[in-house]
Write a protein that binds this ligand. Structure first.
Ligand SMILES: C[S@@+](CC[C@H](N)C(=O)[O-])C[C@H]1O[C@@H](n2cnc3c(N)ncnc32)[C@H](O)[C@@H]1O
Length: 260
């Protein structure tokens, strides 16, 4: 449940994390048929005659691409210029310019958008106020608001080894379903919930990239002695960071109030 530790990932652009995130998302797009994803199917189920979708935090376009390919018109909102580079390349390669408008903004956005379905897949945990985030989705969508959120936190290993480096600070943590859903409920957003298996994170097989990622998360890149300690931990505890982790996610789906 929620506690007062800082949320990691609140600033995903702070290090090489965007590149790593983009690679994980692209791998997920390539290895899985996204049209079989219950997230994709939930969007399709609620499309109206206009087939308009707002893809909030579109990333590399994992959902934008297959939705555009089935004839949806998408506003793909993405605040990270680095991530937009991947998104725009995907749009060009697939000749989807007439279907997809890239919006360089973060959610809640400054400019009003009106669509049938608002989707935010694995984004709300970056937002400081999940209720304001969800309310803005209700303003934007005429038929459905759909969130996908992690049930199991990603990169639990960062939290596990945090005390070795910062014994006086609580480890940062990622907001997950157990934090987010009660806040929505308390705001009278009562949604359908489906638990699914989902994996789109970075895959930590190679020790060098694990070292880079963990050092940046632990904020020790400038400290040679701490880096050596981390390297040792990585060598000794490969089972902890290299084993498959539970990867449950929740689809939270509801009709915006005017249409309920
Ligand atoms: C884990 S990725 C998910 C990408 C995509 N939705 C998917 O599931 O494939 C999260 C994305 O949300 C973006 N993001 C972070 N904070 C955001 C905010 N407040 N509004 C919109 N997008 C945000 C990040 O830049 C990143 O591209």
């Amino acid at each position: 449940m929620a506690d007062d530790r800082p949320l990691w990932g609140a600033n995903p652009a702070s290090d090489g994390a965007i590149k790593m995130m983009a690679e994980g998302l692209q791998r997920s797009s390539q290895e899985h048929d996204v049209t079989k994803s219950p997230i994709f199917q939930e969007v399709v189920k609620h499309l109206g005659d206009q087939r308009t979708v707002l893809d909030i935090g579109a990333g590399v376009g994992r959902f934008t691409k297959p939705l555009a390919k089935i004839g949806c018109t998408i506003a793909a909102l993405e605040p990270s210029s680095e991530m937009r580079g991947y998104l725009e390349a995907m749009i060009q390669e697939n000749h989807l310019e007439s279907r997809v408008t890239v919006v360089p903004d973060s959610w809640p956005a400054a400019h009003p958008v009106r669509v049938e379905v608002a989707l935010a897949a694995f984004v709300i945990h970056f937002a400081p106020d999940p209720v304001a985030f969800a309310r803005a989705m209700e303003e934007a969508a005429t038929t459905r608001c759909i969130l996908a959120v992690h049930v199991d936190p990603m990169m639990q290993f960062v939290q596990d080894i945090w005390p070795y480096f910062h014994p006086d600070q609580a480890p940062p943590r990622m907001a997950v379903f157990a934090d987010i859903y009660p806040k929505l409920l308390a705001a009278n957003i009562v949604a359908n919930v489906e638990i699914i298996q989902e994996s789109h994170g970075p895959r930590f097989r190679d020790k060098a990239s694990v070292l880079t990622m963990l050092a940046s998360r632990l904020d020790i890149t400038e400290d040679a002695e701490a880096m050596a300690r981390l390297n040792k931990l990585i060598q000794e505890r490969q089972e902890d960071w290299g084993s498959p982790q539970p990867r449950r996610a929740a689809i939270i789906s509801w009709a915006p109030p005017l249409n309920a």
